[in-house]
Write a protein that binds this ligand. Structure first.
Ligand code: S3P
Length: 176
């Protein structure tokens, strides 16, 4: 069974996953990287070319492919479990850990990279900043929280250094 890490953008999934994998003696997979490799272009370009629906279709296919691979630690995208059948696919093939980080911490972590994140752009495609970015983060997180909680087998507070979060995850999951 895989160990899937979920949580909002900026919750540390991609940073923590390699540490968990190393301690658990497993391979690490980053779902966004799998999507990019399969599509031959980066996530912002996938959004720009086909919109969010196109990205979600590629994401669901990539998750199906990853689910069938040998057990690993898998960093999901922040919205993977909220679209299509992906929450069921992940639950059927692994344990899901929700990295829970408060919105003000997410804001501090994301403010420098919001321009590279299509979902943190305004209606005209402009990168959000300041209060507009804070509002967007709060709204999107509020929309998604119930989905994270419903899908997760474990909820781990993740407002800490990556190694501490990794240890906390390892104490919770079944690594057989
Ligand atoms: C998304 C999060 C991103 C990426 C895409 C959509 C989301 O991944 O999959 O931009 O819907 O929250 P990270 O959570 O790894 O940043």
């Amino acid at each position: 069974m895989h160990i899937y890490l979920t949580g909002f953008m900026g919750s540390g999934k991609s940073t923590v996953a390699p540490r968990v994998a190393q301690h658990a003696g497993r391979a690490v997979v980053d779902l966004d990287a799998v999507i990019e490799a399969r599509a031959g272009r980066p996530v912002p370009e996938i959004f720009a070319a086909g919109g969010e629906a196109h990205f979600r279709a590629l994401e669901a296919e990539a998750l199906q492919a990853v689910a069938a691979r040998p057990e690993a630690v898998v960093a999901l995208g922040g919205g993977t479990l909220h679209h299509g059948a992906s929450a069921q696919v992940a639950r059927a093939s692994g344990q899901i850990v929700f990295l829970d980080v408060p919105p003000d911490v997410l804001y501090e972590r994301l403010r420098a990279t919001a321009a590279a994140r299509p979902l943190l752009h305004g209606p005209k495609g402009e990168p959000l900043a300041g209060d507009a970015l804070k509002d967007r983060l709060r709204t999107l997180l509020a929309d998604r929280r119930a989905g994270y909680e419903a899908a997760a087998h474990h909820i781990v507070p993740a407002d800490e250094a990556p190694e501490a979060v990794a240890r906390r995850i390892l104490a919770r999951v079944d690594n057989r």
